[in-house]
Design a binder for this molecule. Structure first.
Ligand code: PRP
Length: 207
């Protein structure tokens, strides 16, 4: 039996589509209602639906053998797991953005950065030799420079429309992001055959 933790939301639908292409029994996943644990009706797989950061926690603790999660979340929360596959889904990037006249790289003195990703932001600015103050925000991050809570934001950008519609511009692109498959380290040894077979199914439908 393999237990697979799926990140709820944007990535969920694309993950289920991949499983369907693999010929897996995804009826429960497609008609889940409020259920959080779903069984595959063909394979001996069980799926859990969780938030991205929790996906990493479940896999790191071995409660889930496999996780589907965004690289943004992996970069923010480093725990013990193997990252085994780039699904090339949910492609976006980490960016630094603000109002056009608020370039944080040109500001003298104290710079504040609003973000859902404090570790990523801290590391990026410290590599640039900038000692910035990070303000943790849980969502609608684009609002924070508009209201003057911070000078700029570090956030993910997919289409760019949220930035555009709020009059913000990109000052730097930190890195590209996409969805990844992670595997628990012990499961990788103990269930190697099953995991390799699962990964090979997924790879075969990726293109
Ligand atoms: C993310 C991100 C941006 C938006 C970017 O937020 O934080 O706000 O998506 O997408 P775009 O470039 O296609 O406009 P999300 O929708 O996950 O919601 P949140 O603001 O509640 O975090």
């Amino acid at each position: 039996m393999l237990s697979i933790a799926l990140t709820k939301g944007r990535l969920e639908k694309q993950s289920v589509q991949l499983f369907e292409k693999c010929g897996y029994g995804v009826e429960q996943l497609q008609n889940k209602g409020r259920q959080l644990v779903l069984k595959d009706t063909i394979k001996d797989y069980e799926y859990f639906l969780v938030k991205g950061a929790d996906c990493i926690t479940y896999v790191s603790h071995g409660v889930a053998d496999i996780g589907f999660v965004g690289k943004d979340t992996l970069l923010e929360s480093k725990q013990g797991y193997y990252e085994v596959l780039d699904l090339k889904l949910g492609k976006c990037g980490f960016i630094v953005a603000s109002l056009p006249d608020k370039n944080p790289f040109e500001k003298m003195g104290h710079v504040t950065i609003g973000t859902k990703y404090p570790s990523v932001a801290k590391q990026f600015f410290s590599e640039k030799g900038m000692d910035v103050e990070i303000i943790k925000i849980e969502g609608s991050v684009e609002l924070s420079p508009l209201l003057g809570l911070c000078d700029a934001i570090v956030d993910i950008m997919e289409t760019g429309s949220t930035l555009k519609e709020n009059g913000l511009v990109v000052f730097d692109r930190i890195c590209d992001i996409s969805a990844r498959v992670i595997v628990n380290k012990a499961s990788f040894k103990l269930k190697r055959k099953e995991i390799e077979s699962f990964l090979s199914d997924i790879k075969s439908v990726l293109d």
